[in-house]
Design a protein around this ligand. Structure first.
Ligand code: NAP
Length: 278
């Protein structure tokens, strides 16, 4: 089975759109999302444009604040402070990566945890790790929703996650642990990666190495989620050798058209949740 992330994201966006329309009828208010974009980094420009377009389509009041790449850290922090206080803003997102003069940690810490739609603020990271209510980073949240489309009951399943980044691997592990999976995280220093992957009922690859996961790395009944986005010969491919494994495993996400669309849909969902919580 090929998990159609585009289709699932469209379903989720439709649900969000309907809920926002209903809330608007009741309260005459809609969620507001502000994205801060610094510099001219081409992929960031594309991501932000997509986020803005998708937000508007579901009825989120979205706007982008753009700064040149030499903007000072103080100016960005002051803007975040202003947005934190603004009652019309439900969510704040600072598009990464940031230029060298701006400290990523300071920026992430400055965002009000209740408006932290990326789920990167340590308050949300800590809440997720403690099993409390938290805003969850969009990509792992999207992965979990896709996994659940195939496997409703994850309890007791062995999940293996390749990658231990704050963005993907670690929150993915927390989410799967919360679902009562037995979780193994593997990374660049792991010995015998293939053996670890072969234990996986659920395999999530969030690495950034094209075609790392091969046919003889996966069980027949595995559910494989490919987070990787790698540009090879002008084509986007994942961390999983899709062609090799697609007829072997129980389910797999393609790249593109798998996790990517769910990431943006989950950003919209997080923005809506922040709006409702306030
Ligand atoms: P990252 O911060 O670079 O982390 C990569 C992780 O992979 C690290 O933990 C690293 O181990 C591990 N790793 C690297 N090479 C390895 C190898 N040969 N064997 C085993 N583990 C290895 O990357 P990230 O931000 O998590 O992103 C991962 C991928 O997801 C990238 O391709 C990125 O573009 C993509 N991505 C996709 C989406 C989406 O919406 N689909 C969103 C975000 C990111 P160490 O910790 O030991 O260095």
């Amino acid at each position: 089975m090929i998990i159609d992330g585009k289709k699932e994201a469209a379903i989720l966006r439709e649900e969000i759109k309907n809920e926002i329309a209903n809330l608007k009828k009741k309260t005459n208010k809609v969620p507001g999302l502000t994205v801060i974009l610094i510099g001219e980094f081409a992929p960031s420009q594309i991501y932000v444009r997509n986020k803005e377009k998708n937000s508007k389509e579901v009825g989120i009041n979205s706007n982008v604040i753009k700064y040149p790449s030499d903007v000072s850290e103080e100016e960005v922090l002051n803007k975040i402070e202003e947005l934190n206080k603004d009652k019309n803003i439900s969510g704040i997102l600072v598009q990464l990566p940031l230029p060298d003069q701006i400290n990523k940690e300071k920026v992430i810490n400055a965002i009000d945890p209740l408006k932290d739609v990326d789920g990167f603020n340590p308050v949300n990271v800590g809440n997720l790790a403690s099993g409390y209510k938290a805003i969850v980073p969009c990509t792992p949240l999207g992965c979990l929703l896709l996994i659940k489309k195939v496997e409703k009951n994850l309890s007791g399943k062995h999940a293996v996650i390749i990658g231990r980044s704050n963005l993907n691997g670690k929150p993915m592990a927390q989410l799967l642990l919360k679902e009562n999976c037995t979780v193994t995280i593997v990374h660049s220093k792991t010995k015998n990666l293939q053996n670890e992957c072969l234990k996986a009922d659920i395999l999530v690859a969030a690495v950034g190495v094209p075609n790392l996961v091969k046919k003889d790395w996966v069980k027949n009944d595995a559910v494989v989620i490919d987070v990787g986005i790698n540009k090879v010969d002008n084509k986007i491919i994942g961390d999983v050798n899709f062609e090799e494994i697609k007829d072997k495993v129980r389910a797999v996400t393609p790249v593109p058209g798998g996790v990517g669309p769910m990431t943006i849909a989950c950003l919209l969902s997080n923005t809506l949740e922040c709006f409702k919580a306030r």
